[in-house]
Design a protein around this ligand. Structure first.
Ligand code: AHN
Ligand code: ZN
Length: 341
């Protein structure tokens, strides 16, 4: 009898000592999960794979080599086929969602949202996304004669997809605790051009994510959280905390920015509020309720809020810097593999 009693006393004592030690040493850098859940401590700790910036760079370059990825063009079609094949080759279960949407000029765009599912059998999911289309105009190009020509979109379009592809390359051999969906949204950048005298309409942007929001690939689709990557490859890029993201997912913003600082990318992730930016994350959140964060370059000194190359013909491979791709890619991977959410 005596033996039984001491055992009952011992267990809580041991537990509280362990709890005190892990609290005192700062539980955020141990990679361990929240201690509240019952079966969480049975989950193995995950090792974050090394994000290869050369590989990400090549994925960006390859997209650019197709030419501008503007809906209803053969270049767009060819790039979509490549994206689909690549994601399949990395072990994803891929759905290509085809749809028709109406643009600012009432033209009908044939769009493709490319949805790559990892561990599709899991209910608990994280959603990562970027837009893969490129802008049909260069509204902000200094040369007015070139404003009607489509841009390369190396950073605006190419970089987010390139970073997500490099992350995807690791997911089969290094499975995360949750399932992961990577969506490449189409027709984000077909919003009303600024250089023609047209009435401005906010919801002419993000046509692919609006379409998906109304027609999710799975009924009642949900994920714990979403992360959007937009313009994540330019040299010297700075990521401020986008305001819609702070409104819908303040804890995740904290987690991402703190993780960046912890692993040495604090130079890129600035602990200051940026602007309210209309982007795919707004429509994902509006239609599904998933809290989402937009990691997007922001320049408070620029009158567009973005880099000088933005929506000009300077958005080509020359603006892409592997250090920026690495900072964003490794930070997001670290969050995925060590997320307390
Ligand atoms: C607007 O300019 C309304 N939103 C910025 C979203 C965007 C455009 N991202 C890339 N291109
Ligand atoms: Zn754009």
């Amino acid at each position: 009898m005596q033996k039984q009693i001491t055992r009952f006393i011992k267990i809580p004592l041991v537990l509280s000592v362990v709890a005190l030690i892990s609290f005192g040493s700062g539980c955020n850098n141990t990679g361990s999960k929240k201690s509240s859940g019952k079966d969480e401590k049975t989950l193995p700790e995950l090792q974050t794979p090394d994000f290869n910036a050369d590989s990400a760079y090549q994925y960006v370059q390859k997209q650019v080599e197709f030419g501008p990825r503007v809906p209803n063009t053969p270049e767009h079609e060819a790039c979509a086929n490549w994206l689909e094949a690549k994601m399949k080759s990395m072990g994803a279960e891929v759905i290509v969602q085809e749809g028709k949407v109406t643009a600012f000029d009432n033209s009908v765009l044939n769009i493709k949202n490319i949805i790559a599912q990892f561990q599709p059998e899991k209910n608990d999911r994280i959603l990562l996304f970027a837009h893969w289309d490129t802008r049909p105009f260069a509204d902000y190009d200094p040369d007015p004669d070139k404003r009607n020509q489509p841009i390369d979109g190396a950073n605006d379009g190419g970089s987010g997809v390139g970073v997500l592809m490099e992350m995807a390359r690791h997911l089969k051999d290094n499975p995360t605790h949750t399932g992961i969906d990577i969506i490449f949204f189409d027709a984000e950048d077909y919003g009303t051009p600024q250089h023609r005298n047209l009435p401005y309409k906010e919801d002419t942007w993000c046509l692919g994510s609006q379409y998906w929001g109304k027609n999710p690939h799975k009924k009642n689709y949900y994920a714990r959280y979403g992360i959007l990557l937009d313009m994540v490859g330019a040299k010297e890029a700075r990521f401020f905390q986008e305001r819609h993201s702070l409104d819908m997912a303040p804890d995740l913003v904290d987690q991402i920015w703190n993780t960046a600082a912890k692993i040495g990318y604090g130079k890129f992730f600035i602990f200051r509020e940026g602007g309210y930016i209309t982007d795919d994350h707004l429509y994902v959140n509006k239609h599904t309720g998933i809290p989402t964060v937009d990691i997007i370059e922001f320049d408070p000194a620029s009158n567009t809020s973005f880099g000088k190359y933005w929506h000009t013909h300077d958005d080509n491979m020359d603006v892409i810097d592997k250090n920026t791709l690495k900072a964003v890619g490794q930070t997001v991977m670290e969050v995925l593999y060590n997320s307390p959410f």
